[in-house]
Design a protein around this ligand. Structure first.
Ligand code: GLN
Length: 473
């Protein structure tokens, strides 16, 4: 049924970069046989799952939606993919995303367009746009996303599905192609809180292959998700309801908060004074880490390689011209073929947003600017975290909008990177602090577009978020 739905609608939605029909059907049959033979099956037995195309899948192309990795076939699977396979899930395909997860609309994909199933002239959000769109279009019940600054939660909000960014360290990043290693988290996307709980339980847990993996027992989220939270204290951040917030989004979120109040929750007004530096801090730290992580795509070990013959011919033509003009000194300064190959391959392989991030990150890490930008950003990151620590002394959950606006028109922000970055206003601080956060559908705009309410909790308290989400549903 899922394959049929993909066949019918993915031409228009464009959620998938690749659908693994044969493998999926074979796995489904294998699980079915096991079940019929009375053998034990895993917790996701036979459930079709979509995987964002930056998680390594052994023997299957893993592209990061980049020309750089268009033909990259990983020799191993990421821990999360392995866990899902062990749980007997059926991996059905790889979803589209912003190139290397950099973006908020999936328009930075070099390999395809994804549209919002609610209205195909709009973006699905990003970077996990394909992951959210395939859920909204009822192509799969579960979908894996990743979130460095909001990439699970913002597309979940735009597409009317649930998306949870776990605590940093809760889910192993082994086999995830890194964007910004201190911020990246893999997480579940689904249509209900219960499904999200099941999926998170299946993918979480300590992994010695990831040095930042949290060595703590993983709660059984499925057993607690339907238990209501008594005496819930909800924090509303005054800085979240100011300038830049769309009126209809605000209304839907406030109505959601009122629903909790009617169930006995208490609302407390709080302040996160350093919140306003979130975007600036994130857009220094994330590009810095990205510029370093992406250095590995050197066209020798991984990734796209330019046409060497042309490159050598160009080099020879330059040499000949300089020699003919007698410019011996300049001749000596020419780059070696290896450096040319590196430069040309990267120029061809990376898209404009990825190049922008590499430039920004290289600048903020360079001698003389490191202290002024990167080091300062690290200090502000600490202050942002301390704001949360303080706030969580008086509230259990912080609620607010996931994104300042509902889904926007395709093309409307592509020429204005700053406008695109501002969409991350409410989400980046959870990544900077390493805390878990979820987006839950809470209403509609007058144009019938979904709005998500954003909830944040202290580290390792995903259980609280899932229960709160379940209460609302
Ligand atoms: N939109 C943010 C960015 O472009 C977040 C991306 C993400 O979480 N992967 O960096």
């Amino acid at each position: 049924a899922c394959l049929e739905q993909i066949r019918k609608h993915d031409g228009e939605v464009g959620a998938f970069l690749k659908v693994m029909d044969d493998k999926a059907l074979a796995k489904a049959e294998e699980v079915d046989k096991k079940r019929k033979a009375g053998e034990a099956v895993g917790m996701l037995a036979g459930v079709p799952v979509a995987v964002k195309d930056l998680l390594c899948t052994e023997g299957e192309v893993t592209t990061c939606a980049s020309k750089m990795l268009e033909n990259f076939v990983p020799p191993y699977s990421s821990t999360v993919v392995k866990k899902l396979e062990q749980a007997d899930a059926v991996i059905i395909g790889k979803t589209n995303m912003d190139e290397f997860a950099m973006g908020g609309s999936t328009e930075n994909s070099a390999l395809g367009k994804t549209r919002n199933p609610w209205n195909t002239s709009l973006v699905p959000g990003g970077s996990s746009g394909g992951a959210a769109a395939c859920l909204a279009a009822r192509m799969v019940p579960l979908s894996i996303g990743t979130d460095t600054g909001g990439s699970i939660r913002q597309p979940a909000s735009f597409c009317g599905v649930v998306g949870l960014k776990p605590t940093y360290g809760r889910v192993s990043r082994f086999g995830l192609i890194a964007f910004a290693s201190s911020l990246d988290q893999i997480g579940p996307m689904a249509r209900t809180a219960e499904d999200t709980a099941l999926f998170l339980e299946a993918m979480s847990g300590y992994d010695p292959n990831d040095s930042t993996s949290a060595n703590v027992p993983c709660p059984l989220f499925t057993q607690t998700v339907d238990k209501p939270l008594e005496g819930l204290r909800i924090g509303l951040v005054k800085e979240h309801f100011g300038e830049g917030l769309n009126g209809e989004v605000e209304k839907a979120v406030r109505e959601a908060v009122a629903v909790y109040e009617s169930m006995g929750a208490k609302v407390v007004d709080i302040s996160l004074p350093h919140n306003k530096y979130g975007i600036a801090t994130y857009y220094i730290i994330a590009p810095s880490e990205a510029s370093s992580n992406l250095a590995r795509f050197d066209s020798a070990h991984y990734g796209h390689r330019c046409d060497e013959a042309t490159m050598l011919e160009e080099l020879k033509a330059e040499e000949d011209a300089l020699r003919a003009a007698g410019k011996e000194a300049e001749l000596k300064k020419l780059d070696t073929p290896l450096i040319r190959m590196y430069r040309k391959s990267r120029a061809e392989g990376f898209g404009p947003e990825v190049k922008r991030r590499i430039m920004l990150g290289t600048y903020t890490l360079s001698a003389g600017y490191y202290e002024a930008y990167y080091l300062k950003a690290l200090k502000v990151r600490r202050l942002i975290r301390e704001d949360y620590d303080k706030a969580f002394k008086s509230v259990d959950i912080i609620m607010g909008p996931t994104a300042p606006n509902p889904a926007f028109a395709a093309g409307s922000k592509t020429n204005d990177p700053l406008a695109m970055y501002l969409e991350d206003l409410y989400t980046v601080t959870a990544n900077l602090a390493g805390i878990p956060a979820i987006s839950v559908p809470c209403g509609m705009t007058s144009e019938g577009l979904p709005v998500g309410v954003h909830m944040q909790a202290p580290a390792l308290e995903e259980d609280r978020l899932l229960r709160a989400a379940y209460m609302f549903q």
